[in-house]
Design a protein around this ligand. Sequence first.
Ligand SMILES: Nc1ncnc2c1ncn2[C@@H]1O[C@H](COP(=O)(O)OP(=O)(O)O)[C@@H](O)[C@H]1O
Ligand SMILES: [Mg+2]
Length: 334
Amino acid sequence: MDKIKETKEKIALVIDPSSEKTLGETNGVKHVAIDDEKESVNLVIGLNEVDDKTKQVVTRSLAKIIKLDLKYKGLKIDFQLLKLDNSILSKSREVKYIGIASGKGGVGKSTVAANLALALTRLGKKVGLIDADVYGSSIPTIFDMDIQLPKANADEKIIPFVKEGIEIISTEFFLRDEKPLMWRGPMLGKMLNHFFYDIAWDEAIEYMVVDLPPGTGDVAMDIQKLIPQSQMLIITTPHPSASHVAIKAGYAAKELKHELIGVVENMSFFTHKEERINIFGEGGGKRVAEKLDTDLIAQIPIGQPQSGHHSLFDVHEPIGIDYLGLANKIIKSM
Ligand SMILES: Nc1ncnc2c1ncn2[C@@H]1O[C@H](COP(=O)(O)OP(=O)(O)O)[C@@H](O)[C@H]1O
Ligand SMILES: [Mg+2]
């Protein structure tokens, strides 16, 4: 069995004495990360009350499972207060998560995430955007944002930046000079926990767009597990090299019980003298949609944004209108 799953299942049975319920019942298992090299486990546990006595009792029960039963050498636990968990995750019913996934990088995943967030905003929705692509974060570049550490509010929640009316948080703001390789094990777990639990999002947010890491590696899957309620949009180009791996990414998302919203084929064609030229071939999006038993909901052509932004399309440009159509479909289908 998957090691993380096994660990989660076991510790879900631990009782939180402050609520007299199991961690499974209180949804208190906030994060599980396993560092294979150090043979250690990192946990983020939410408790009803975080006093020393409660922490001690729970630590003892968890250590018994992790060290004695599962034979890990190390254990690190971060506790947080469940009651104060005012992250939007705890109100997940109101916020709709749109995970943007792809099989490989360079297909336009971030471009779609950014323009979709913008189109939803233009349609009057309150939108948040989480750039969780730890390998190649590019949302700050797309929105022309300075790379700076966000500030925290009085509750020690991180205040997201706002651009084009969208609240934005990116791994890039925290990484600075560090290499993406740092994004492993405990480091990764900690950062992502901030991402999904410690952000002072506007309570009015209705849609949360998440730019996921490409592929089906451990990191991409761990991040998807943090947003179990997320529905997925799969991005591909028409080319088989992209569609082939996009199908795998779709299968992986389905395996994690994510619903698929549909497939977006990006860089579908190029229009020259009113003629469609299929630079990257044809049929990738359709193939992916068929294999995953979902719909091809948009085909975005190759374009050059005229709005002055690197990759944001204006409402008056044809691609800007395509994105409004995509946003509309998504609003109706979720
Ligand atoms: N429809 C499009 N037309 C033209 N260029 C695009 C389009 N979609 C994406 N790009 C460009 O392709 C490159 C890769 O896109 P990006 O969104 O960063 O991909 P990913 O996030 O999948 O790695 C970027 O330079 C982006 O501006
Ligand atoms: Mg990207």
